[in-house]
Design a protein around this ligand. Structure first.
Ligand code: GLC
Length: 583
């Protein structure tokens, strides 16, 4: 029963800084990411105006990310290595002239934007974000600001992004652009991760960062925002972005009223959406957020990468993200010929089929009321709770830790069906058919009376202590019910423990751990113990990737729990530790 959830949750966490992608040896130097919130451009908005601007995005839930550029020509291979992605130029330190030669082979004659938009629509996606310019600096649009663009540098010679905007709109989809504002590995002066400002691995890189901003980034963003009717601008890896430099770009945002931006511009510009990359935050985030994720291990096309996530895994991630109030931006790296890889198409097809039956449980939903469910996740739309059952109970009996009266329970796969509901010990019990209608995720719409009432989380607000902490990072922060504030040990401490007293013995069946949003990521060895007699007994142990952990436990009844964290780099920290009741 728990195996899927282990897999599902282990990838989860809380760090919001854009991660170094696969094969990028070092994180983008100087990267800082603002918490999504108010922006200079939107600060004058009333909350109601902001809600109106964000409405379509919050309803949409599911989008397609496209990483497409000149890097699709080497397709991941340089020298005898075949594990590069869109970072290939930087990771392999390819000289500018050599890299620019790839563009002469970039001729996507099979590119069919109408087909791409139709494929996204059929997959149930409601918006697209395409790389208008990635870190390689290559503009996928005609640009007067740099010759390093699709019209001037390729045999194809035509705009690539404009036709997709038109095609997306024809399908009723929203569309936005990713634009790498700081990093630019071809235009002189652009930031090069791993190098000092103005520097790079090729003498041709030498240049002034401000001149690059003024002569390339600012004019190109202006070109994009004045030429194309887009709804999203997706910034990335904010290197060297002082507030003054940021303002030059942030001021352009108002060129397109209604534009939604992410939190990666830097320099104090919060943007609208937080951007957890390649993971699902264990406790979600309070505001608008969007997990972006690859289907295999690369954003850009890699012909050798066959490490595909299964369709089941991707459907679970979509449901889990929605259950925590986020959006899912799922990536495809098209080939240099202009096609989606067949494995990506197959996954889109499966997700689309599932959404055709179960879309009501995704679109327009908000965070579900349960911090943890042993059998799946739940989303919500007013007084409708959508129970996503990943593990169909063998005995046909589903326990839902909810105290409300239930008006009806219907399987979305069997409209008109009505499942028997009883209640017992403050829980709702549903009687299910023997067979799951969908072995991936069968969804039940549960109509309840009033606001959802759940038992309080035993660890939230419980008495906490720790072996050490930094002023302002007290142990209680790790039990405040959200991942916003943290417990953190002082800088010189490598091993520290955090203890919680639940006030009385409680039967615990799982735990969730969010880690602080810091770079480099905290890779922490954790050990969870319970107080027994005069000592402690270990009940779980492992290592994090800086993205937190959520893990079922062999049920244990105890009052005091202790989490010991050992950090190889940085000092131990926990943004939130939650102990979930055994069912
Ligand atoms: C990162 C990477 C990049 C990828 C992106 C997606 O910051 O630098 O290659 O485009 O995140 O979120």
């Amino acid at each position: 029963m728990k195996i899927v959830l282990i897999g599902l949750c282990l990838a989860a966490g809380l760090v919001q800084i854009p991660a170094a992608p696969t094969n990028n040896p070092a994180p983008a130097e100087g990267v800082t990411v603002e918490p999504a919130a108010t922006t200079p451009a939107t600060a004058v908005e009333t909350p109601a105006q902001r809600d109106a601007r964000m409405a379509w995005w919050r309803e949409a839930k599911f989008g397609l990310f496209l990483h497409w550029g000149v890097y699709s020509v080497p397709a991941g291979k340089y020298g005898n290595r075949t594990d590069y992605g869109e970072w290939i130029m930087n990771s392999a330190r390819i000289p500018v002239a050599e890299y620019q030669a790839y563009a002469r082979q970039f001729n996507p004659v099979k590119y069919d934007p109408a087909l791409w938009a139709k494929t996204a629509k059929a997959a149930g996606m409601r918006y697209i974000v395409i790389t208008a310019k990635h870190h390689e600096g290559f503009a996928m649009f005609p640009s007067a600001a740099s010759k390093w663009n699709v019209v001037d540098a390729t045999p194809y010679g035509k705009d690539l992004v404009g036709p997709l905007v038109t095609a997306a709109h024809a399908e009723g989809l929203h569309i936005g652009f990713y634009y790498s504002q700081s990093q630019d590995w071809n235009n002189p002066g652009g930031a090069k991760s791993g190098f000092k400002e103005g520097d790079g691995w090729d003498p041709a890189h030498k240049g002034d960062y401000d001149a690059y901003l003024n002569n390339v980034a600012v004019p190109q963003v202006r070109e994009l925002l004045t030429t194309y009717p887009i709804d999203i601008l997706w910034w990335d890896t904010p290197m060297y972005m002082t507030p003054e430099r940021t303002a030059r770009l942030a001021n352009l945002v108002k060129l397109r009223p209604g534009l939604i931006t992410n939190n990666r511009l830097g320099g104090g510009f919060g943007g609208d959406t937080a951007t957890p990359e390649q993971f699902v935050p264990v406790t979600g985030y309070p505001g608008d957020w969007e997990t972006c994720m690859t289907m295999n291990d690369h954003w850009g096309y890699n012909a050798w990468d066959q490490d595909w996530k299964s369709s089941t895994d991707l459907i679970h991630k979509l449901a889990e993200i929605c259950s925590k109030g986020g959006n899912f931006l799922l990536n495809i790296g098209p080939t240099s010929a202009g096609e989606f890889p067949p494995a990506s198409i197959a996954r889109l097809h499966d997700i689309g089929q599932w959404l055709r039956v179960n879309g009501d449980s995704i679109y327009g939903t908000t965070r579900g009321p349960f911090p943890y469910l042993s059998w799946g996740v739940a989303t919500r739309k007013g007084n409708l709770l959508y129970l996503h059952i990943f593990q169909w109970p063998k005995a046909g009996r589903l326990q839902v830790p909810l105290q409300n009266q239930v008006k009806s329970a219907t399987l979305l796969a069997q409209p008109g069906s009505s499942l028997p509901v009883t209640s017992q010990d403050g829980q709702i019990i549903l009687t299910l058919p023997a067979q799951a209608p969908d072995s991936t995720d069968s969804v039940i719409a549960l109509e309840i009376v009033g606001q959802p009432v759940t038992a309080p989380l035993p660890s939230a607000g419980a008495h906490a202590t720790a072996s050490a902490w930094l002023p302002g990072s007290e142990p209680a922060n790790a039990f405040d019910g959200t991942g916003e504030k943290r417990w953190r040990a002082p800088a010189n401490v490598k091993s520290a423990w955090l203890e919680v007293d639940l006030g009385q013995p409680v039967a615990i069946g799982a735990f969730g751990l969010d880690e602080p949003d810091v770079w480099p990521r905290l890779h922490q060895h954790y050990t969870l113990e319970v107080a027994e007699g005069a000592g402690w007994r270990q009940i779980a142990a492992g290592k994090t990737q800086g993205h937190g952990v959520c893990q079922p436990l062999a049920p244990v009844t105890a009052q005091k729990f202790r989490l010991t964290m050992v950090c190889e780099q940085g000092s131990p920290g926990v943004a939130e530790l939650q102990l979930y009741r055994a069912e």
